[in-house]
Design a protein around this ligand. Structure first.
Ligand SMILES: [Zn+2]
Length: 328
């Protein structure tokens, strides 16, 4: 009906915290810009004074032909450093951290780890929920084609673990791994008992202006021998996904190779999809890692172990950060 289903309480809280931090970050950026401007003007004034005084001091000891060069060298060494060290790097922004000295003195010497609070936002959507909601919603903005708002997903053929439970556990591990790398993470859900349609989940990612939106799922198939990992990304659909398809594909490639390297699972490649509601409504780069086949008894049992789940989460975190760095 017209009433919106209640959002996961902790998701709402995280979104609220995120909005507050974003507002604070905006104010800090303005303050930093003013400080940078003051430093720049001071440095420019100092340079002007030096360049005015310098020729008269050097002229007596140097031949007339070289005095201009000497003055030029002096002005450049005085005027340049100040603005460059106080100008904000475009992204990742380090304004919010208190450790501004190390951030400004070593801007390019952090190849493997991201500075605390990188400014990047990743939204994680653990697929499904305890009980599906089979009311329908359009698969894309303005579409007459509809699909169930959210299904309950598959379940482990050997363990009986529901997909919604598996992907929630992996999603929470992924959240922790990304936060450890300084990435801001927003979860669409942190419990099984929510009622969130695929459109509503994607709206959370859109509202957060996520740099990457990761929707964690697992597969089920009729053929119990089917196994392995693949990553889905949006196909190009004009007006829906044409703006996010290319970066999403890149994120899918990075995630797929990291997942296969970490787990040794069968490599099923990456797949462009035009039928996913959560892709077609997205305004941000989005992928669905399908982390294994719960219909395969061996893979199901493997997916039930925390060590294998951790490998998947760590691989996804690594791939996500690589993607964020590439996108700048
Ligand atoms: Zn699923």
């Amino acid at each position: 009906m017209a009433n919106r289903p209640p959002r996961d309480a902790s998701t709402a809280e995280v979104l609220e915290q995120f909005r507050r931090r974003k507002a604070l970050r905006g104010r800090l950026k303005i303050a930093a810009a003013i400080i940078a401007l003051v430093f720049f003007l001071a440095a420019a004034a100092a340079a002007a004074v030096v360049s005015l005084r310098e020729p008269s001091q050097t002229a007596p000891s140097t031949p007339p032909g070289t005095s201009l060069v000497a003055a030029g060298v002096t002005t450049t060494t005085v005027s340049l450093p100040a603005p460059s060290t106080h100008t904000l790097p475009p992204r990742p922004s380090t304004v919010e951290t208190t450790d501004t000295t190390s951030a400004t003195t070593t801007p390019t010497t952090t190849p493997t780890t991201v500075a605390a609070n990188s400014g990047w936002v990743v939204v994680i959507d653990p697929g499904h929920q305890r009980r599906g909601n089979y009311a329908e919603e359009p698969i894309g903005p303005g579409s007459a084609t509809t699909k169930a708002k959210v299904s309950s997903g598959t379940a482990g053929v050997a363990t009986g673990v529901p997909e919604s439970e598996l992907v929630l556990a992996v999603g929470l591990m992924l959240r922790d791994a990304l936060q450890a790398k300084g990435v801001t993470v927003i979860m669409t859900r942190t419990t099984q008992d929510v009622d969130l349609s695929n459109i509503e989940r994607t709206r959370i990612a859109n509202e957060a202006k996520a740099d990457l939106y990761i929707r964690v799922h697992a597969d089920g198939a009729e053929n119990g021998a089917a196994r392995g990992i693949h990553v889905l990304y949006p196909a190009v659909t004009r007006g829906w996904t044409d703006d996010i398809a290319a970066p999403s594909k890149r994120a899918a490639q990075l995630a797929q190779s990291a997942l296969i390297a970490a787990t040794g699972a069968q490599d099923r490649g990456i797949d462009a999809r035009s039928d996913m509601t959560g892709f077609n409504w997205s305004d941000v780069p989005v992928i669905i890692p399908e982390i294994g086949f719960m219909s395969n008894p061996d893979e199901d049992r493997l997916l039930a172990t925390s060590s294998y789940r951790q490998k998947i989460a760590d691989a996804l975190a690594e791939a996500a950060v690589q993607f964020l760095k590439e996108q700048g």
